[in-house]
Design a binder for this molecule. Structure first.
Ligand SMILES: NC(=O)c1ccc[n+]([C@@H]2O[C@H](COP(=O)([O-])OP(=O)(O)OC[C@H]3O[C@@H](n4cnc5c(N)ncnc54)[C@H](O)[C@@H]3O)[C@@H](O)[C@H]2O)c1
Length: 338
């Protein structure tokens, strides 16, 4: 008998930390974690097994199929937006071919089990692309189907992988007589910028928010790479984890789409600065916009419409801006660096 498990790729990343700690605490799941980097010692006790390896390694993925019965895949491994721009073709391989490998693994598992494996995929507001700051200001809360013309390799990869997920869920082997037997239960969330008190982001374009905070808490000066008036939606990590688990748990019939926006609050970089300065009055932050990264931020929506998630699976964030800073970020970041 193969052991029933939850597979988490990109386990050592920011979201992996939050998800593994949360799932591990519940003690309800056997977690097999995978990452190309070693897993932090703090996460090891929560995992049945850690596999250090690459999602592009088909031999490794094949061994997983023979050893485990995978019920849900949280596919978090990815090259994020800024890093992807430095090496777009490598990013494409990891973000697209890597996701395709995991979808094929899910299909194979589904066919062994005779039931669809759940495939939970964090997408991003990078899937959107607004053509100008004026359009961004006018757009307001952007809906899932609008403005899907991303300008980054990462955004292009995310949007395409959402389509791949839809294909594997509804049309895979559509010309085969038995095509319904081999389906995946793909569900995706387009996340805004995420802020965690536990980990420091690397390689994303919304990183200026969390970077400002973590630098201030350590007394290190920070140069913010976007204009003070730049506005993006953000969410704290506990809400991001909550949304992933809610989407995983809801029954398929309730879902009217496969990709959902979620969000919490939409501060400008100046709002972020004011929160940081309020908590750390000695913080030294300057604004020195990097025009190329600014252009990426300008192409992402200032806010997203998450009413479909609210309607279909009763999504609601626990943290608004005030609670996020006062009750989560500031106290735990202060404790972390004290
Ligand atoms: N952090 C955010 O603000 C944010 C926002 C929107 C969406 N997301 C998405 O959420 C997911 C998790 O993001 P995160 O913030 O934890 O990112 P992260 O960069 O912190 O973690 C990604 C992890 O994937 C691993 N990885 C990269 N290439 C790999 C490969 N070839 N094989 C195996 N592992 C590999 C990395 O080692 C890293 O530990 C990603 O899909 C990301 O696109 C994140």
């Amino acid at each position: 008998m193969r052991k029933e498990i939850v597979l988490i790729t990109g386990a050592n990343g920011e979201m992996g930390h939050g998800l593994i700690a949360h799932l591990g605490e519940t003690k309800k799941y056997s977690i097999v974690a995978m990452d190309v980097q070693p897993l932090d010692d703090s996460l090891r006790p929560y995992c049945e097994r850690f596999i250090q390896g690459d999602i592009l390694d088909l031999m490794l993925l094949g061994r997983l199929v023979s050893e485990f019965e995978i019920r849900t895949i949280y596919h978090l491994a990815s090259i994020l937006s800024t890093k992807a721009e430095y090496n777009p073709e490598t990013a494409h391989r990891v973000n697209v071919e890597g996701t395709l490998n995991l979808l094929r693994l899910a299909v194979e598992q589904s066919s062994w089990q005779g039931r669809p494996v759940k495939f939970i995929y964090p997408s991003s507001i990078a899937a959107y692309g607004l053509p100008s700051v004026a359009a961004k200001e006018k757009a307001g809360k952007v809906k899932e189907a609008d403005w899907c013309q991303p300008i980054t390799m990462y955004g292009v990869n995310k949007l395409y992988c959402e389509h791949l997920g839809r294909y594997y869920t509804t049309n895979y082997r559509q010309l085969a007589a038995d095509h319904n037997k081999f389906t995946v239960d793909f569900r995706s969330i387009r996340f805004p910028g995420l802020v965690s008190s536990v980990t420091i982001p690397t390689g994303g374009t919304s990183d200026y928010g969390p970077e400002m905070l973590h630098h201030a808490a350590q007394g290190i000066p920070y140069s913010c790479f976007v204009r003070p008036d730049s506005r993006l939606p953000f969410m704290v990590m506990p809400d991001a984890i909550k949304s992933l688990l809610m989407l995983e748990a809801v029954s398929r019939e309730k879902l009217t789409q496969l990709v959902y926006n979620v969000t919490s609050f939409s501060p400008t970089a100046l709002d972020f600065y004011n929160q940081v300065k309020n908590a750390f009055p000695k913080a030294v932050v300057t604004f020195e916009p990097d025009m190329a990264r600014q252009a990426i931020v300008d192409s992402w929506p200032a806010d997203v419409d998450d009413s479909m998630a609210a309607r279909d699976w009763t999504w609601k964030p626990d943290y608004n801006e005030k609670r996020a800073f006062d009750e989560y970020l500031i106290p735990s970041i202060k404790a972390r660096y004290s």
